[in-house]
Design a protein around this ligand. Structure first.
Ligand SMILES: Cc1ncc(COP(=O)(O)O)c(C=O)c1O
Length: 393
C-alpha cells in the first residue's frame, strides 16, 4: 500500500486525522511567515510569533472559561501536562486517589511515587466504565492531597461525572486533576462551574492541533514546583526561573508552529460546537453497537463497558469472539493491510481497566471515529469484520 491510498482512519482517540482545513492553512502560513523564536528577540517576526502564542493562550482561556490566559501552560502532549501537575504537587506522606480507568500517563507516575514510598495510593474501581462519585467520597482521607482521574476513558469512551466528583474533592480540601485527553473539544468543560484545579489535555486529539501540542491549566489554588529551568525570553538577569506563570513552567523554545495549528483547531471546534461533534461520533458508533446487539453474524462480539450514548465520546472497544482465531492485533493488521482501515488493538496504554474487563493482556479492538468519518465508512468497517470472520463464527 502506498501512502497515497485512501485510509479509513478510525483511530482518532490516538490522534485526530485528518485535521480541519483551517489547521493545515494556519500551519502553512505560520511556517512560511512567522517561524521565529517567540519572545526571544525584538524583531517583528519574533513579536508576531509571540503574539500567536499569546492569542492561543487567550483562546484556551475563553474556550474553557479559565481564570486568566497565563494559567495555560503549553506542553509537548498530555503526558507532559499530567507529569508536571502530579510531580509538582505531591509531597512525602500525601495520599492520592486515582481510578482503574487511567492511561499510563497517570498510572505510571503515581505507581512510581507509590513504589518509592513517597505517596500512598487508592485506585477506585469503575463499574461498566463509570466511576461512582460516592466511591471517590469514601476514598478521601485527611491526607488526600490529589485526586487524579480521566474525564473520558480512552478504552471505553465512557464520560465520568466530573462536575460531581470535582465538587466532592473541593469540599474535602484536596486538589482535582482532570485528564481531558479524550474529552477536550468534545465534551464541554466550564471551569467557572466545575471546580477543577488542574486540567491536562493534548492539543492533537479533539482540538485538532498537530502532534507535539498539549496544555495544562494551573488553577489559582495550585502552585506546582518548577520542573525544568531554562530560557523564557523574558527577564534574563534572574538567576533562577521566574515565579510567574506561564514562564515558571515553560522553559525553552515552545512548539510555536504546533501552537499556531492548535489555535486554528480550537477556533474550528468553537465554530462547530463540541456537542455537534460528539453526537456525530456517537451516532457512528451506534451503528457498531446495533451490529453487535442485533445480528446473527456478529455472534460472539461484545461491547466493552456500558453503552450510553448520552455519556459517551467517540471511542468504543470491541471484545473479539475468540482469541485464537480473532486476536485483536491480528484483526487490526488484516484491517490495515487488506482493507486500509486504521483501528487500534491491544491495551491502549490503560492496563488496569483491561484487567477489570478480563481482556488483559490481549486487549480489545478499539475504533474511534472523528468528525470527518461517514456512516459509509462504518459500514465498510463492519463489512470488513464480517468478511474476515466469515465461515469461522
Ligand atoms: C486518557 C488519556 N490520557 C492521556 C493520554 C496521553 O496523551 P499524549 O499522548 O498526548 O501524551 C492519552 C492518549 O491517548 C489518553 O487517551
Amino acid at each position: 500500500m502506498t501512502t497515497q491510498q485512501k485510509i479509513t482512519y478510525l483511530d482518532n482517540a490516538a490522534t485526530s486525522f485528518p485535521k480541519p482545513e483551517p489547521v493545515y492553512q494556519a500551519l502553512d502560513h505560520f511556517a512560511r511567515t512567522q517561524l521565529a523564536n517567540p519572545g526571544r528577540s525584538s524583531h517583528r517576526m519574533a513579536k508576531e510569533a509571540e503574539r500567536t502564542i499569546d492569542n492561543a493562550r487567550a483562546a484556551l482561556n475563553r474556550f474553557f472559561h479559565g481564570e486568566a490566559p497565563e494559567r495555560w501552560i503549553f506542553t509537548l502532549n498530555c503526558t507532559d501536562a499530567l507529569n508536571i501537575a502530579i510531580k509538582g504537587t505531591v509531597s512525602p506522606g500525601d495520599h492520592v486517589i486515582t481510578t482503574d480507568l487511567e492511561h499510563n500517563s497517570i498510572s505510571r507516575p503515581l505507581r512510581q511515587l507509590e513504589k518509592a514510598g513517597v505517596i500512598s495510593l487508592t485506585r477506585v474501581a469503575s463499574d461498566g466504565g463509570y466511576i461512582d462519585p460516592d466511591d471517590i467520597r469514601r476514598a478521601l482521607t485527611p491526607a488526600t492531597k490529589l485526586v487524579a482521574m480521566t474525564h473520558a476513558s480512552n478504552v471505553l469512551g465512557t464520560v465520568q461525572p466530573i462536575a460531581a466528583i470535582s465538587a466532592i474533592v473541593r469540599e474535602a480540601g484536596a486538589l482535582m486533576l482532570v485528564d481531558a485527553a479524550q474529552s477536550a473539544g468534545i465534551v464541554p468543560i466550564d471551569l467557572r462551574t466545575c471546580p477543577i484545579d488542574f486540567l491536562a489535555f493534548p492539543g492533537h486529539k479533539a482540538l485538532y492541533g498537530p502532534t507535539g501540542t498539549g496544555s495544562l491549566y494551573v488553577g489559582s489554588r495550585t502552585k506546582p514546583r518548577v520542573w525544568r529551568e531554562g530560557g523564557t525570553g523574558g527577564d534574563s538577569k534572574k538567576e533562577i526561573q521566574p515565579e510567574e506563570l506561564p514562564y515558571a513552567l515553560e522553559g525553552g523554545t515552545p512548539n510555536a508552529l504546533g501552537i499556531a495549528g492548535l489555535a486554528a483547531g480550537i477556533a474550528w471546534v468553537a465554530e462547530q460546537g463540541e456537542e455537534a461533534n460528539r453526537r456525530h461520533e456517537v451516532a457512528l458508533l451506534q451503528k457498531v453497537v446495533d451490529w453487535v446487539d442485533g445480528q446473527g453474524h456478529s455472534d460472539g462480539w461484545k461491547i466493552a463497558g456500558r453503552w450510553d450514548p448520552a455519556t459517551h465520546v467517540g471511542a468504543l472497544s470491541l471484545i473479539t469472539p475468540n482469541l485464537d482465531e480473532f486476536h485483536p492485533q491480528v484483526l487490526a493488521d488484516i484491517l490495515d493491510t487488506s482493507f486500509a482501515i486504521a483501528v487500534r488493538p491491544g491495551l491502549h496504554c490503560s492496563p488496569y481497566i483491561h484487567r477489570r474487563l478480563g481482556t488483559f493482556p490481549d486487549g480489545t479492538l478499539r475504533l474511534s471515529p472523528g468528525p470527518f468519518n461517514t456512516a459509509e465508512e462504518i459500514d465498510m468497517f463492519l463489512d470488513a469484520l464480517a468478511e474476515v470472520t466469515a465461515g469461522v463464527l
